[in-house]
Design a protein around this ligand. Structure first.
Ligand code: HEC
Length: 291
């Protein structure tokens, strides 16, 4: 039997040992933990991924510049299609990057990104970006890839960032280490779809988004979908009873004049220009179904 004094000593030693063991584990995993932390919080110049932009738009503006590079082992050309944009904090902004595979075979790449200055990282929020996934680019293919982002208005009140007026977003494409299951960059379509995305941003995005309903229903996966098919969205009776399926041809008629096509429909605008309608439909085709 242990005396009470020896028993206390044994317990203390056991306690110390546990603390020591825990510290060793924490230290050896801290690099991984730090990376996980950065990915989760956007610390250290990485950026955050968000589902939607619910932040209010502020009058304060900030300038964002774009910078791209490609690992020497990846035979791609990759460039920003605009050098810089000036935007209001909270303003949903669409920019484009172009990638071209200069080789004779399909290649899967992966983009990493970085925001400078570091303190701006947590406020830089991306809604849609090619950098979330492994991306396949077919031999000699060229695509224009959208990035949809905004800068959180809290940027203006944080002591660390309130005086920052220039942000730089840099991307580097590397050959993918996990090419299985890559998504295909062909989903972004050609130049038509890129033009359509611009038109969508100016003419439609006030009422529609690809990931949620706003004034209008979510347009995720709209091409091929039954009309009035978003659960929970308060459609007009006219559209609900129309029995339409959103083929390219039906979308073209709808955009030319919703109320002429479906009397009683509640969408109050149209796109008179046939070329613009085609470009917008090319863009709608790139919107993946939700989930
Ligand atoms: C001012 C707001 C507004 C704008 C701008 C607008 N829409 Fe709509 N849209 C609506 C509303 C509201 C509906 C639902 C119509 C109904 O219920 O009859 C709708 C419905 C739709 C539908 C049918 C969706 C479904 O689930 O059946 C499509 C497709 C569509 N809009 C595309 C567009 C495109 C493309 C643009 C830009 C060229 C655009 N809309 C601009 C408000 C808008």
């Amino acid at each position: 039997m242990m005396t009470p004094a020896r028993r206390r000593l044994a317990l203390t030693l056991a306690g110390l040992f546990t603390v020591l063991a825990t510290m060793t584990v924490v230290t050896s995993y801290s690099v991984t933990l730090y990376r996980l932390f950065c990915e989760a919080t956007g610390a250290g110049g990485t950026t955050q991924r968000v589902a939607a932009d619910d932040a209010a738009v502020s009058s304060r503006t900030v300038s964002v510049s774009f910078d791209t590079s490609v690992a020497p082992s990846l035979p791609w050309r990759f460039r920003p299609m605009q050098r810089r944009v000036r935007l209001h904090l909270g303003e949903d902004t669409l920019v484009f990057f172009e990638a071209e595979n200069l080789s004779d075979h399909d290649i899967v790449g992966h983009a990493t990104f970085n925001v400078t200055p570091d303190q701006a990282g947590p406020y830089f929020k991306k809604i849609q970006c090619f950098c979330f996934t492994e991306e396949r680019l077919a031999a000699h293919a060229r695509v224009q890839m959208p990035v949809d982002f905004f800068v959180d208005p809290r940027f203006a009140t944080d002591r660390e960032t309130k005086d920052v007026s220039e942000i730089t977003l840099s991307y580097t494409f590397f050959p993918s280490l996990r090419p299985q299951g890559a998504t295909d960059l062909a989903r972004f379509g050609g130049e038509d779809a890129a033009a359509g995305a611009q038109l969508f941003a100016t003419q439609c995005s006030g009422c529609h988004a690809a990931d949620r309903s706003k004034v209008g229903p979510s347009l995720a996966g709209v091409v091929g979908r039954t009309a009035a098919g978003v659960p929970g969205y308060p459609y007009s009776a006219a559209l609900t009873q129309s029995g339409l399926v959103w083929s390219d041809a039906n979308l073209a008629r709808w955009l030319a004049g919703p109320a002429a096509m479906v009397p009683g429909a509640a969408m109050p605008m149209s796109v008179p220009d046939v070329g613009q309608r085609q470009a917008i439909i090319a863009y709608l085709r790139t919107l993946q179904p939700a989930g």
